[in-house]
Write a protein that binds this ligand. Structure first.
Ligand code: V47
Ligand code: SF4
Length: 369
């Protein structure tokens, strides 16, 4: 975009910082959220995205497994969880999880993505048995499992420290942690929407401990509900500060709130297409030290995900196959895509599809249809 246009839009200072590779401030973040010139924000984010990754767009052949929906937290934005004793509550046995893992399409997979509710009394043994069984059956597949919230919960139920818990899980086969449970760190938002959930500071501490042990993690922000622009900027800058300290975050994923079937349905509409693109762009611009911004097409929708690839996102997650959390909350997207579909989608958006593994090594095998 022509530099004079950025100046006319009141974004000249930010554009100069971006061109010089300088860090943006909280005030810059607030301005990027407030400006009506979304195309200019997107163009700036695209500049950074292309500087980092050219026109590559990463994707992974993965499979999501949700081992239980029973959860003691009862977050107001969640349509997936059920309280203890609810007739729709389930816990998959280790064998059932392995069966689901084995049922992937295309004959190969490079990652299992495993998350669930905070079950009140599953022992550490359940989680280590699950990891060991998957590792034994699929030795080459990376296991990305259990959000920081689940890790803190498992440690508490078992009566051990988070560090001990992570070490035991890693010994059993854990590769990395997904980024869920961060929501919005603001205590106001947590008190309103998820008062029983691990506080934001503690979420960051679990990530810090994982990174110290050499376990990489992802990070997220759940947006499109009651959060303010200041709370969004604060959340992103706290992630950026931890990344300065540890370098352990692989990727950031903005998660678009879906209200259907949650206790907020009818009260909150969820984010607009505009909000979705803005969140991708603002996170690319503020998180200058996190290498990848992932668009989770399941939550954002396929059309918006295509556009997001020119608004700062360089990764499109994934084949997924079976997704419960967003689909419980009314998502209209498919539950999974084939490799051929995801490649086509990325190419249609004018980008080059690159199949990766969890830690962004390029997978050199030829794509299966
Ligand atoms: O922590 C719950 C969110 C997260 C809703 O690390 C909802 O690569 C929208 O973290 N509408 C779990 N979001 C999923 C998650 C994730 C997903 C994809 C990739 C990765 C990664 C992580 O889903 C929860 C919560 O923030 N969530 N309910 C809802 N109604
Ligand atoms: Fe439980 Fe996670 Fe749902 Fe919250 S978002 S109720 S912690 S499953």
């Amino acid at each position: 975009m022509n530099p004079t246009l950025y100046r006319e839009f009141g974004l000249g200072g930010i554009a100069e910082k971006i061109a010089a590779g300088e860090r943006l401030s909280a005030e810059d973040g607030a301005l990027l959220i407030a400006t009506p010139h979304l195309a200019a924000v997107g163009a700036l984010a695209n500049e950074v995205r292309e500087r980092l990754h050219g026109d590559k767009t990463y994707f992974i052949v993965n499979r999501h497994i949700n081992y239980t929906n029973i959860c003691v937290n009862g977050c107001r934005f969640c349509a997936f969880s059920r309280p203890v004793g609810h007739p729709e509550g389930y816990v998959l046995t280790v064998d059932e999880c392995v069966e689901r893992a084995a049922a992937f399409r295309g004959g190969r997979v490079s990652e299992f993505h495993i998350v669930g509710g905070c079950h009140p009394d599953l022992p550490l043994r359940y989680y280590t048995d699950l990891l060991s069984a998957l590792r034994a059956r699929f030795p080459g597949v990376h296991i990305q499992a259990f959000t920081a919230v689940e890790i803190a919960h498992i440690a508490r139920v078992e009566g051990i420290t988070v560090e001990e818990c992570l070490i035991r899980l890693r010994e059993a086969g854990l590769g990395s942690l997904p980024g869920g449970g961060a929501e919005v760190f603001s205590p106001r938002v947590r008190a309103e929407l998820c008062p029983l959930k691990l506080p934001g500071d503690d979420w960051l501490d679990v990530a810090r401990t994982a990174h110290r042990l050499g376990i990489r993690t992802n990070c997220t922000l759940l947006y499109g509900h009651i959060e303010t622009p200041e709370e969004v900027v604060d959340h992103l800058l706290r992630l950026r500060a931890l990344q300065d300290e540890t370098g352990g975050f692989l990727t950031f994923i903005p998660l678009a709130f879906h209200p259907e079937h949650t206790s907020l349905e009818g009260e909150l509409p969820g984010p607009s297409a505009w909000d979705n693109l803005r969140m991708i762009a603002v996170s690319r611009l503020l998180l200058d030290n996190i290498p990848h911004i992932k668009v989770f097409w399941i939550m954002m929708g396929l059309r918006a995900a295509e556009v997001a690839l020119s608004f700062g996102a360089d990764d499109m997650d994934g084949t997924v196959v079976e997704e419960k959390i967003t689909h419980s909350a009314g998502a209209r997207t498919p539950e999974g895509l084939t490799v051929a579909q995801i490649r086509r989608l990325i190419a249609r958006a004018g980008r080059t599809p690159v199949e990766r593994d969890t830690v962004y090594n390029i997978v050199h095998t030829e794509a299966a249809p």
